[in-house]
Design a protein around this ligand. Structure first.
Ligand SMILES: NC(=O)c1ccc[n+]([C@@H]2O[C@H](COP(=O)([O-])OP(=O)(O)OC[C@H]3O[C@@H](n4cnc5c(N)ncnc54)[C@H](OP(=O)(O)O)[C@@H]3O)[C@@H](O)[C@H]2O)c1
Length: 296
């Protein structure tokens, strides 16, 4: 635990769930002044505050606003606007939401009262605050704010060893939708593999155990070499014969399985080309096979 800097802003949390705990503990560990938390249930606020010297669990959201400079509203997305509107804001305070998909405009009531408003979205899963605390360094935090809050939020992200990206207003829905490709949609794709392997008798558990090392290897390969150079498999090499065998088989697995495979394959070809695995002529031959397979 780093020594607290008494001149740094006082940080508080309204809503003491998974993100609040992970973030509050990480900020406090890095020497930031996390001084207050309130939540719907006193137990949640108490559990957050118990791990931070000098942090108090307070009964009301208003108490947090009154005693802090930077106030994180870490309640479920649908409650952010109502919670922000339920308290009186000072001009020298800032209201911050941690949502990926909820616009900073949800904090309009704070802005109308003259407070600064911003977004601070840690791009990580917070299923368990302890795990999140350990996994936070190296993550990216998407920040949306104007000066001077922008610099303060960037400084907080740096303190917990996170990188930052800036989001312009109005970009959250697309930003958040795209993040699914690295999270929930990976699971959806693995589920598709489970269904295909089940057709020849390999169960879900064995499929997941077999594919997880492949998934880890893929992540390591991207980290080492980037997207195009990290690509492996049929579309990294332009193996037309293998592609033909895949298409012939998947046609028997149903139109959904075939369509998903073709859509993903078509989007893999530009990466294979960028990698230098084959030339445009071969790429076009593969596209032609895929387009033909997609025709109803
Ligand atoms: N989980 C993730 O992976 C993740 C990642 C990045 C960002 N986020 C964002 O972080 C924010 C918080 O998400 P979370 O996953 O931490 O949610 P969570 O675990 O469900 O925690 C929400 C907390 O807010 C409290 N709460 C609910 N309504 C309230 C109200 N009206 N007033 C005061 N407190 C209230 C809850 O109640 P109790 O006091 O009863 O416990 C709970 O402690 C959301 O905006 C979410 O989009 C989540």
């Amino acid at each position: 635990m780093r020594q607290q800097n008494e001149s740094s802003p006082r940080i508080g949390f309204i809503g003491a769930g998974r993100v609040a705990k992970g973030l509050a503990w990480a900020l406090a560990q890095s020497g930031q002044r996390v001084v207050a938390a309130a939540s719907r249930s006193p137990d949640s606020a108490g559990a957050l505050a118990a791990r931070i010297a000098g942090c108090r669990a307070l009964p009301h959201a208003q108490d947090v606003v009154d005693g802090c400079d930077l106030i994180f509203i870490t309640v479920p997305d649908d409650a952010i606007a109502a919670v922000a509107a339920s308290v009186n804001w000072r001009k020298d305070a800032a209201a911050i939401n941690c949502s990926g998909a909820t616009e900073v405009a949800a904090l309009a009531s704070a802005a109308r009262a003259g407070a600064q408003t911003g977004g601070f979205h840690p791009l990580q899963l917070f299923a368990d605050p302890e795990v999140a605390l350990a996994g936070l360094p190296g993550c990216t935090i998407a920040i949306e704010a104007e000066a001077p809050l922008l610099a303060q939020l960037e400084q907080l992200a740096g303190a917990v060893q996170c990188r930052t990206i800036r989001l312009p207003p109005g970009s959250r829905a697309r930003y958040h939708a795209a993040a699914h490709y690295a999270a929930g949609f990976v699971i959806t794709l693995l589920n598709q593999a489970v269904e295909l392997w089940q057709s020849f008798g390999v169960g879900r558990e064995d499929t997941i155990r077999a594919l997880l090392p492949l998934l880890r290897g893929t992540a390591a390969s991207i980290e080492r070499s980037g997207l195009a150079q990290g690509l492996a498999g049929t579309f990294s090499r332009g193996d037309i014969g293998t592609l033909e065998r895949h298409l012939a088989d998947l046609a028997g697995a149903g139109p959904d399985a075939l369509r998903l495979y073709c859509e993903l394959a078509l989007r893999s070809i530009p990466l294979g080309l960028e990698r230098g695995g084959y030339d445009e002529e071969r790429a076009e031959a593969m596209r032609e096979l895929l387009r033909r397979a997609l025709k109803p």
